[in-house]
Design a protein around this ligand. Structure first.
Ligand SMILES: [Zn+2]
Length: 349
């Protein structure tokens, strides 16, 4: 019978601040929410949250979902109190114009607006130009002295946008990349009290800046196979040729054949596809010549761990209006549930 996923948990997770290297709020929330479902729970020096749930088969599966999101870091405060910033992780500057952010300061959050010159005072040529991050600023609406008291260089800002459900089973929010992977992994731990194989669940840090958390977490773990639960850009939008979609929103869980950092070993890839066919789990093949995930770090950890990225197709990825489908979330949950609970060819090799 299908498990009913609690999407209110996903909604909460998307709204927590967790720019790469500043994932504490997400980590602490998860500890409260799922520590009851752990045989062992620990954090490491990079802030990874590592939860082990003992199985009975003698085999172990590493499941990895990164907690961090792309964001901004304050680099300069000008004489009038406007903030200049750099990006943490890949953000297209065009998606930041006229958007709201939440600046995380030592005394709490401040709402900020990324300002833009109105059409009235720009020319057509101005508007046709590419925009650079260094042209943008955050307006906190406060006098400069007040800003300088409350904001420190190095403070981070998250994109600001509420979680909303819309259309045919879709949802949109900031940080779907990768709170949706975190959500599925949390639901796996909460819903499967006695997995067949031991689960090492890693909620990793700093994926968006180069899979840094997964590098140290996987070094400290012994696992027979690894699945990374993450998002991938879905280019299934007008103006893009079908062969360039990568994946389609609503088309099922993405099973990676290749991305810029990994090539999934053939036996693992085949087993995952066969499992989906056998259990009638909607799935699609992800071939993404650009981009990588935590699997890029895990599969070359120590003497190597066979790894595959499973992907939730996500439109407008790395923006504050990322879009994904509940059906794809269910498909990834179903596939991972099967993997940890059945005798699995890949683990016998
Ligand atoms: Zn991601």
């Amino acid at each position: 019978m299908k498990q009913i996923l609690d999407f209110s948990l996903l909604k909460t997770l998307t709204q927590l601040p967790g720019v790469s290297g500043r994932e504490e709020a997400v980590q602490q929330y998860l500890v409260k929410k799922i520590s009851a479902a752990a045989s062992e729970i620990r954090t490491d020096a990079l802030g990874n949250l590592i939860i082990t749930r003992k199985g009975t088969s003698g085999k172990s599966v590493l499941l990895c979902a990164h907690m961090d999101e792309v964001g901004l870091m304050v680099q300069h405060i000008d004489d009038r109190g406007f903030l200049r910033f750099i990006t943490v992780g890949g953000i297209d500057p065009r998606t930041l114009l006229a958007q709201r952010v939440r600046v995380q300061t030592k005394t709490g959050e401040l709402l900020g607006i990324i300002g833009t010159k109105p059409a009235h005072i720009t020319t057509e040529a101005d508007r046709a130009k590419a925009i650079a991050i260094k042209e943008l600023f955050i307006d906190l609406g406060l006098p400069a002295e007040e800003v300088k008291k409350r904001v420190s260089l190095g403070d981070v800002a998250v994109l600001d946008r509420a979680y909303e459900e819309f259309g045919a089973n879709l949802f949109s929010s900031k940080a779907i990349d990768n709170r949706v992977g975190v959500f599925i992994l949390a639901e796996i731990l909460r819903n499967l009290p006695k997995p067949l194989h031991t689960i090492h669940a890693v909620f990793s840090t700093q994926e968006e800046v180069g899979a840094r958390g997964a590098t140290t977490a996987s070094y400290g773990l012994q696992a027979d196979v690894c699945l990374c639960l993450d998002t991938t850009g879905a280019a299934d939008i007008p103006g893009v040729a079908v062969q360039d979609f990568i994946v389609r929103v609503g088309g099922g869980v993405g099973i990676t054949a290749l991305d810029a950092r990994t090539i999934t070993p053939q036996p693992l890839f085949n087993d995952l596809v066969n499992l989906c066919c056998e259990k009638k789990i909607p799935h699609q093949i992800r071939i993404a010549p650009r981009g990588g995930t935590d699997a890029g770090a895990v599969h070359i950890s120590k003497t190597g761990i066979p790894s595959c990225s499973l992907s939730i197709p996500t439109r407008n990825i790395h923006s504050n209006v990322e879009v994904a489908s509940k059906c794809d979330v269910q498909a990834m949950f179903d596939l991972v549930s099967c993997v940890v609970n059945k005798p699995w060819a890949c683990l016998e090799k």
